[in-house]
Unconditional design. Structure first.
Length: 259
């Protein structure tokens, strides 16, 4: 939000933030207050959300409605934006659409999904779908019984533990890509059966297709997106969309690094 001398802060849900100089960033030579919302899962991003902007004092404010589609449209109509950047934004829209419908119970007739569909139709997008490589090595069950994706605001891979060994543990020491740390052991009920797991989270979208080397107890194995995808009898649209989004992120970062 531009520092116009009037804006003093922002309110989102139950959180109020009054700006200070430490929140200022420079954009094209001008001062803006930076406010981050880090707790929206992809399945909830198809919906518009409300920001209450505080002006002058805490008793005066105005409301701004914004959405991912508004952001995407501003990027896609920008003639100076790179093709890699535009492809990345369209891939994000596609991924959010599919996760919202499949995992967020959002209707394809909702305003948010219709807005995404209209934006993708306007600017055109061809998803790159995943195809199975000739060789995929699926780790045998051991201390880790299986794995899945956790598509929350800080996405990652979930690894399900052997109940007999880890049901009474609160943390578990795991080495991931050579780094050992204690991961929190959490649990969910699946059809009345408790499953215990830890999550390797905060994986950047451009790193989703890279190998994770995991060591727990006597078990050591490599896990990656291909292994995850081969677990489906029929790969769902949201998984194909995630694959395409990851490819777009890799390509965009490669162009940025070249510059």
């Amino acid at each position: 939000l531009k520092d116009d001398g009037v804006i003093k802060g922002i309110r989102y849900n139950e959180t109020e933030k009054l700006f200070t100089e430490s929140d200022l960033v420079q954009v094209d030579g001008e001062d803006y207050f930076l406010f981050r919302i880090n707790d929206i899962a992809p399945k909830d991003l198809s919906k518009a959300f409300r920001l209450d902007v505080i002006v002058n004092d805490s008793t005066a404010h105005y409301t701004v409605m914004t959405s991912l589609v508004k952001y995407a449209d501003s990027v896609l109509k920008n003639a100076s934006e790179s093709e890699a950047g535009k492809t990345l934004v369209k891939a994000l829209l596609d991924y959010v659409r599919e996760t919202s419908v499949a995992l967020g119970d959002v209707s394809t007739e909702s305003m948010g999904i219709k807005a995404i569909d209209a934006c993708l139709a306007k600017y055109g997008y061809a998803r790159t779908e995943w195809t199975e490589p000739e060789t995929v090595i699926t780790p045998a069950a051991g201390d880790v019984q299986g794995a899945a994706l956790e598509l929350v605001s800080t996405p990652g891979f979930v690894f399900f533990l052997n109940n007999d060994t880890y049901a009474d543990k609160t943390t578990v020491p795991v080495t991931v890509n050579g780094v050992t740390k204690n991961y929190e052991v959490r649990h969910i009920d699946v059809n009345g059966t408790a499953k215990y797991f830890f999550t390797v989270d905060n994986i950047h979208i451009s790193n989703y297709r890279k190998d994770l080397t995991v060591k727990l107890g006597e078990q050591s194995f490599t896990y990656n997106f291909d292994v995850y995808m081969t677990g489906f009898t029929t790969v769902p649209a949201y998984a194909h969309a995630l694959y395409s989004y990851s490819l777009a992120a890799e390509a965009y970062l490669a162009t940025q690094n070249n510059h």
